[in-house]
Write a protein of this length. Structure first.
Length: 246
Protein backbone atom coordinates (compact mmCIF):
# COMPACT_ATOMS: atom_id res chain seq x y z
CA UNK A 1 0.00 0.00 0.00
CA UNK A 2 2.81 2.38 0.92
CA UNK A 3 4.50 1.71 -2.44
CA UNK A 4 1.32 2.66 -4.28
CA UNK A 5 1.02 5.91 -2.31
CA UNK A 6 4.68 6.80 -2.98
CA UNK A 7 4.35 6.12 -6.73
CA UNK A 8 1.15 8.18 -6.89
CA UNK A 9 2.86 11.12 -5.12
CA UNK A 10 5.83 10.98 -7.53
CA UNK A 11 3.53 10.99 -10.57
CA UNK A 12 1.69 14.04 -9.22
CA UNK A 13 5.00 15.83 -8.58
CA UNK A 14 6.27 15.07 -12.10
CA UNK A 15 3.04 16.22 -13.74
CA UNK A 16 2.90 19.38 -11.63
CA UNK A 17 6.58 20.10 -12.20
CA UNK A 18 6.25 19.53 -15.96
CA UNK A 19 3.25 21.84 -16.11
CA UNK A 20 5.02 24.57 -14.16
CA UNK A 21 8.18 24.17 -16.31
CA UNK A 22 6.11 24.51 -19.47
CA UNK A 23 5.01 27.93 -18.22
CA UNK A 24 8.59 29.15 -17.73
CA UNK A 25 10.48 31.29 -20.28
CA UNK A 26 13.19 28.60 -20.53
CA UNK A 27 10.71 26.05 -21.79
CA UNK A 28 9.15 28.53 -24.19
CA UNK A 29 12.57 29.49 -25.58
CA UNK A 30 13.42 25.82 -25.98
CA UNK A 31 10.23 25.03 -27.92
CA UNK A 32 10.62 28.19 -30.00
CA UNK A 33 14.16 27.19 -30.93
CA UNK A 34 12.96 23.76 -32.05
CA UNK A 35 10.15 25.34 -34.06
CA UNK A 36 12.54 27.83 -35.69
CA UNK A 37 15.02 25.08 -36.47
CA UNK A 38 12.37 22.94 -38.16
CA UNK A 39 11.13 25.96 -40.12
CA UNK A 40 14.66 26.83 -41.29
CA UNK A 41 15.33 23.22 -42.28
CA UNK A 42 12.12 23.13 -44.31
CA UNK A 43 13.04 26.40 -46.05
CA UNK A 44 16.59 25.14 -46.70
CA UNK A 45 15.31 21.88 -48.19
CA UNK A 46 12.94 23.85 -50.42
CA UNK A 47 15.74 26.14 -51.63
CA UNK A 48 18.03 23.17 -52.29
CA UNK A 49 15.33 21.44 -54.34
CA UNK A 50 14.62 24.66 -56.25
CA UNK A 51 18.32 25.21 -57.01
CA UNK A 52 18.67 21.58 -58.11
CA UNK A 53 15.67 21.92 -60.41
CA UNK A 54 17.01 25.19 -61.87
CA UNK A 55 20.45 23.65 -62.46
CA UNK A 56 18.89 20.65 -64.15
CA UNK A 57 16.67 22.91 -66.27
CA UNK A 58 19.63 25.06 -67.34
CA UNK A 59 21.60 21.93 -68.26
CA UNK A 60 18.68 20.63 -70.32
CA UNK A 61 18.26 23.99 -72.06
CA UNK A 62 21.99 24.14 -72.82
CA UNK A 63 21.97 20.60 -74.19
CA UNK A 64 18.87 21.38 -76.28
CA UNK A 65 20.45 24.56 -77.67
CA UNK A 66 23.65 22.72 -78.60
CA UNK A 67 21.76 19.89 -80.32
CA UNK A 68 19.47 22.39 -82.06
CA UNK A 69 22.52 24.30 -83.34
CA UNK A 70 24.13 21.06 -84.58
CA UNK A 71 20.96 20.00 -86.39
CA UNK A 72 20.69 23.43 -88.00
CA UNK A 73 24.29 23.19 -89.23
CA UNK A 74 23.62 19.65 -90.47
CA UNK A 75 20.57 20.82 -92.41
CA UNK A 76 22.53 23.68 -94.00
CA UNK A 77 25.34 21.34 -95.05
CA UNK A 78 22.85 18.78 -96.33
CA UNK A 79 21.20 21.43 -98.51
CA UNK A 80 24.60 22.43 -99.87
CA UNK A 81 25.73 18.89 -100.68
CA UNK A 82 22.32 17.97 -102.12
CA UNK A 83 22.97 20.38 -104.99
CA UNK A 84 25.78 18.10 -106.23
CA UNK A 85 25.03 14.67 -104.75
CA UNK A 86 22.19 12.35 -103.85
CA UNK A 87 22.33 12.44 -100.07
CA UNK A 88 20.80 10.91 -96.98
CA UNK A 89 21.10 11.42 -93.21
CA UNK A 90 21.93 8.59 -90.82
CA UNK A 91 22.10 8.16 -87.06
CA UNK A 92 25.05 6.53 -85.30
CA UNK A 93 23.51 3.52 -83.58
CA UNK A 94 26.52 1.60 -82.27
CA UNK A 95 30.04 2.40 -81.17
CA UNK A 96 32.25 0.05 -79.18
CA UNK A 97 34.65 1.38 -76.57
CA UNK A 98 37.53 -0.78 -77.83
CA UNK A 99 37.25 0.63 -81.36
CA UNK A 100 35.95 4.09 -80.44
CA UNK A 101 38.34 5.94 -82.77
CA UNK A 102 37.98 3.48 -85.62
CA UNK A 103 34.42 2.39 -86.38
CA UNK A 104 30.75 3.30 -85.96
CA UNK A 105 27.55 1.69 -87.15
CA UNK A 106 24.71 3.67 -88.73
CA UNK A 107 21.02 2.98 -89.32
CA UNK A 108 21.09 3.15 -93.14
CA UNK A 109 21.93 0.28 -95.48
CA UNK A 110 21.60 -1.07 -99.00
CA UNK A 111 17.87 -0.42 -99.18
CA UNK A 112 18.69 3.28 -98.70
CA UNK A 113 21.28 3.28 -101.48
CA UNK A 114 24.36 2.88 -99.28
CA UNK A 115 27.31 1.08 -100.89
CA UNK A 116 30.88 0.14 -100.02
CA UNK A 117 33.04 3.32 -100.05
CA UNK A 118 30.07 5.68 -99.65
CA UNK A 119 31.57 8.90 -98.28
CA UNK A 120 30.38 9.82 -94.77
CA UNK A 121 30.58 13.34 -93.34
CA UNK A 122 29.23 15.69 -90.69
CA UNK A 123 28.35 19.35 -91.10
CA UNK A 124 32.07 20.13 -90.60
CA UNK A 125 33.54 17.70 -93.11
CA UNK A 126 34.59 14.15 -93.95
CA UNK A 127 34.62 11.52 -91.18
CA UNK A 128 35.19 8.31 -93.14
CA UNK A 129 33.75 5.77 -95.57
CA UNK A 130 31.41 2.78 -95.49
CA UNK A 131 33.24 -0.57 -95.37
CA UNK A 132 30.36 -2.99 -94.67
CA UNK A 133 26.72 -2.86 -95.80
CA UNK A 134 23.64 -4.84 -94.82
CA UNK A 135 20.05 -4.13 -95.76
CA UNK A 136 19.26 -1.79 -92.85
CA UNK A 137 22.65 -0.77 -91.44
CA UNK A 138 26.27 -0.08 -92.36
CA UNK A 139 29.68 0.01 -90.77
CA UNK A 140 31.80 3.15 -91.18
CA UNK A 141 35.57 3.31 -90.85
CA UNK A 142 36.60 6.66 -89.35
CA UNK A 143 39.51 8.74 -90.60
CA UNK A 144 40.79 8.75 -87.03
CA UNK A 145 41.51 5.00 -87.13
CA UNK A 146 45.20 4.52 -86.37
CA UNK A 147 45.39 1.73 -88.96
CA UNK A 148 43.21 3.24 -91.68
CA UNK A 149 42.77 0.85 -94.61
CA UNK A 150 43.32 3.21 -97.54
CA UNK A 151 45.09 6.38 -98.56
CA UNK A 152 43.21 9.64 -99.04
CA UNK A 153 44.51 11.99 -101.71
CA UNK A 154 44.36 15.51 -100.28
CA UNK A 155 45.39 19.12 -100.89
CA UNK A 156 45.15 22.52 -99.17
CA UNK A 157 41.80 24.19 -99.82
CA UNK A 158 43.44 27.28 -101.33
CA UNK A 159 46.43 25.64 -103.06
CA UNK A 160 45.61 22.78 -105.42
CA UNK A 161 49.21 22.59 -106.63
CA UNK A 162 50.33 21.06 -103.36
CA UNK A 163 49.39 17.38 -103.04
CA UNK A 164 49.67 14.75 -100.33
CA UNK A 165 48.29 11.54 -98.87
CA UNK A 166 46.60 10.86 -95.55
CA UNK A 167 46.60 7.41 -94.01
CA UNK A 168 45.72 6.80 -90.40
CA UNK A 169 46.18 8.87 -87.27
CA UNK A 170 48.88 9.47 -84.71
CA UNK A 171 48.16 7.17 -81.77
CA UNK A 172 49.07 9.76 -79.12
CA UNK A 173 47.52 12.96 -80.47
CA UNK A 174 44.78 11.61 -82.73
CA UNK A 175 45.94 13.93 -85.52
CA UNK A 176 45.76 12.56 -89.06
CA UNK A 177 49.14 12.00 -90.73
CA UNK A 178 49.60 13.63 -94.11
CA UNK A 179 52.66 12.82 -96.22
CA UNK A 180 53.57 15.53 -98.73
CA UNK A 181 54.68 14.51 -102.24
CA UNK A 182 57.36 17.20 -102.38
CA UNK A 183 59.61 17.77 -99.38
CA UNK A 184 60.05 21.39 -100.46
CA UNK A 185 56.34 22.16 -100.40
CA UNK A 186 55.40 24.83 -97.88
CA UNK A 187 52.38 24.06 -95.76
CA UNK A 188 51.38 26.44 -92.96
CA UNK A 189 49.69 25.74 -89.65
CA UNK A 190 45.99 26.56 -89.78
CA UNK A 191 45.49 25.70 -93.46
CA UNK A 192 42.37 23.67 -94.24
CA UNK A 193 42.97 20.31 -95.95
CA UNK A 194 40.37 18.90 -98.37
CA UNK A 195 40.00 15.80 -100.53
CA UNK A 196 41.49 16.14 -104.02
CA UNK A 197 39.22 13.54 -105.64
CA UNK A 198 42.14 11.50 -107.00
CA UNK A 199 41.97 7.75 -106.51
CA UNK A 200 38.27 7.34 -107.15
CA UNK A 201 37.07 6.67 -103.60
CA UNK A 202 36.66 10.12 -102.10
CA UNK A 203 34.74 12.94 -103.72
CA UNK A 204 36.40 16.29 -104.43
CA UNK A 205 36.69 19.24 -102.07
CA UNK A 206 35.39 17.77 -98.81
CA UNK A 207 37.01 19.36 -95.77
CA UNK A 208 39.01 17.01 -93.56
CA UNK A 209 40.86 19.12 -91.00
CA UNK A 210 43.35 21.87 -90.37
CA UNK A 211 47.14 21.72 -90.20
CA UNK A 212 48.51 21.72 -86.65
CA UNK A 213 52.22 21.30 -87.43
CA UNK A 214 54.63 20.15 -90.14
CA UNK A 215 57.74 18.04 -89.53
CA UNK A 216 60.64 16.96 -91.75
CA UNK A 217 62.49 13.74 -90.91
CA UNK A 218 66.16 13.73 -89.86
CA UNK A 219 67.34 12.91 -93.38
CA UNK A 220 65.31 15.74 -94.88
CA UNK A 221 63.63 13.37 -97.32
CA UNK A 222 60.07 13.18 -96.00
CA UNK A 223 57.71 15.89 -94.80
CA UNK A 224 54.73 15.01 -92.62
CA UNK A 225 51.86 17.32 -91.70
CA UNK A 226 49.65 16.59 -88.71
CA UNK A 227 46.01 17.38 -89.37
CA UNK A 228 43.41 17.98 -86.65
CA UNK A 229 40.01 16.60 -87.79
CA UNK A 230 37.25 19.19 -88.02
CA UNK A 231 34.63 16.93 -86.46
CA UNK A 232 34.32 16.19 -82.75
CA UNK A 233 35.23 12.52 -82.42
CA UNK A 234 33.37 12.19 -79.12
CA UNK A 235 30.15 13.79 -80.32
CA UNK A 236 29.29 11.85 -83.45
CA UNK A 237 25.51 11.37 -83.55
CA UNK A 238 24.28 12.34 -87.03
CA UNK A 239 26.10 11.92 -90.35
CA UNK A 240 25.47 12.80 -93.98
CA UNK A 241 25.84 10.10 -96.64
CA UNK A 242 27.02 11.18 -100.10
CA UNK A 243 25.42 8.35 -102.07
CA UNK A 244 26.26 9.36 -105.64
CA UNK A 245 26.76 12.31 -107.96
CA UNK A 246 23.68 13.84 -109.54
Amino acid sequence: MKKIIIITVLIVILITGGYLFSKTSTFKNYTNNISNFLKLKKENDYLKEKMSNETSLKANITEFNIENKELKMLKERLNKESQKYITDVAIVTKRDFDTWNSFVEINKGSKNGVKINTNVMTSQGLVGKVIEVSENSSKVELLSAVKYNSYISVQPKNNHQLQGLIKGADEKTGYLKMTLFNVNDKLKAGEIIVTSGLGGIYLTGIEIGKVKEVKIDNLGLNQTAYIEPLYDLNDLEYVILLLSKK
